[in-house]
Design a binder for this molecule. Structure first.
Ligand SMILES: CC(C)(COP(=O)(O)OP(=O)(O)OC[C@H]1O[C@@H](n2cnc3c(N)ncnc32)[C@H](O)[C@@H]1OP(=O)(O)O)[C@@H](O)C(=O)NCCC(=O)NCCS
Length: 146
């Protein structure tokens, strides 16, 4: 499979925007799409946010994005999202995207990159393991309705 990974641009960011909107709503309006696209294009210009899109024959099939965020006064690089189109999963695209992000961050001089996922997200946990992440924290949740 011939995959290329490139920094998101005005065109390929639409794939990211579409995914984000589909996560939140089943259907979305053109206006919602336009607004979120604008937001993402601004984010790409901040210098603290990066997004890389995997493409097959110029068609976006997945992405990874990450940004510098402040937590308890310290700045860390956090993976915001890693996504691969449903029909193309299990072919190494998610791993390739994550490795690309790691290589990019290392080149930029970052010493660490953080990510989190749901405990039952086996695929993303597998990608993190394959790309040498180690568990650093455990978040507990108490269901207050039980
Ligand atoms: C997480 C995600 C990006 C992985 O993308 P991908 O292209 O399928 O990733 P890869 O093919 O590189 O690796 C997936 C690994 O998970 C494994 N896997 C996937 N589902 C699995 C399951 N139910 N049980 C066990 N292993 C599973 C695959 O076998 C593969 O491991 P292997 O290479 O050792 O065989 C993709 O599943 C996705 O987009 N999920 C929805 C969004 C999401 O949850 N993102 C993560 C948020 S942090």
């Amino acid at each position: 499979m011939d995959i290329s990974i490139r920094q998101a641009d005005e065109i390929t960011i639409e794939f990211v925007v579409d995914y984000c909107l589909r996560c939140d709503f089943k259907n979305y309006s053109k206006n919602e799409f336009r607004q979120l696209k604008k937001k993402y294009l601004r984010r790409l210009d901040t210098g603290t946010y990066w997004c890389f899109v995997a493409q097959i024959k110029a068609r976006p099939v997945g992405y990874v994005d990450f940004e510098i965020t402040s937590e308890y006064g310290n700045s860390h690089l956090w993976v915001c999202e890693l996504y691969v189109h449903e029909v193309l999963r299990g072919k190494g695209i998610g791993t390739a995207l994550m490795n690309y992000a790691i290589k990019f961050a290392r080149k930029k001089g970052f010493k660490e990159i953080f990510a989190c996922t749901e405990n039952d997200n086996i695929a993303s946990k597998r990608v993190f393991k394959k790309t040498k992440y180690i568990p650093a924290r455990i978040v507990y949740v108490r269901n207050l309705l039980k």
